[in-house]
Design a protein around this ligand. Sequence first.
Ligand code: HEC
Length: 181
Amino acid sequence: MFSFETNKIAGAILGSLLLAMGLGVIGQMIFSHPPLVKPGYDLPAPAEATEGAAATPAVAPLPARLAKADVSKGEASTKACQACHNFEKGAGPKVGPPLYGVVGRPKGSIPGFAYSDAMKAKGGDWTYDDLDQFIANPKGFVNGTKMAFAGEPDPQKRADIIDYLHTLSDSPVPLPAAAAK
Ligand code: HEC
């Protein structure tokens, strides 16, 4: 009796082992795959740096843009500025300071005009390059300026405006040599 019970248990264990082995073999047959050529996953390659450059075309340097700038187009574009600025010689401030002779002028230097602290603290003269950056993004260039103008995003329009500002002077500051027309 005892050995009969033992045989049953041994048989059950043996049966289970056989079943497990059999399943393993069948499983290997079903899920077998060719050996990997390269071990591991193929990760997507990082995007080429040039792709990003193509998405946001590089802005031509200011002298190159000034070389093909148009004073009359620039004057027309200052319509957006005239709500706040005078451009004629001898004219006084409006919401913003007068811009005749602004090129080469110390920043925030029109006597009696209430400049923002940020503009007064900026320091230095208005170079062509500074004007390009300020007109592109006033708050980006003078953080805290009270010039409520969003900025002119078109690089060539900015060059046209700057080309026009260049003419508004009794002795215009020479354009960068590379901007010679
Ligand atoms: C909504 C009114 C407004 C508009 C529009 C505006 N400005 Fe101004 N601008 C100001 C004010 C106000 C200041 C003084 C900023 C300060 O003190 O922070 C200023 C300052 C400036 C200065 C510095 C002048 C100095 O004496 O240091 C320049 C340059 C300038 N603006 C150019 C422009 C140009 C170019 C445009 C058009 C593309 C323009 N602004 C449009 C209000 C304006």
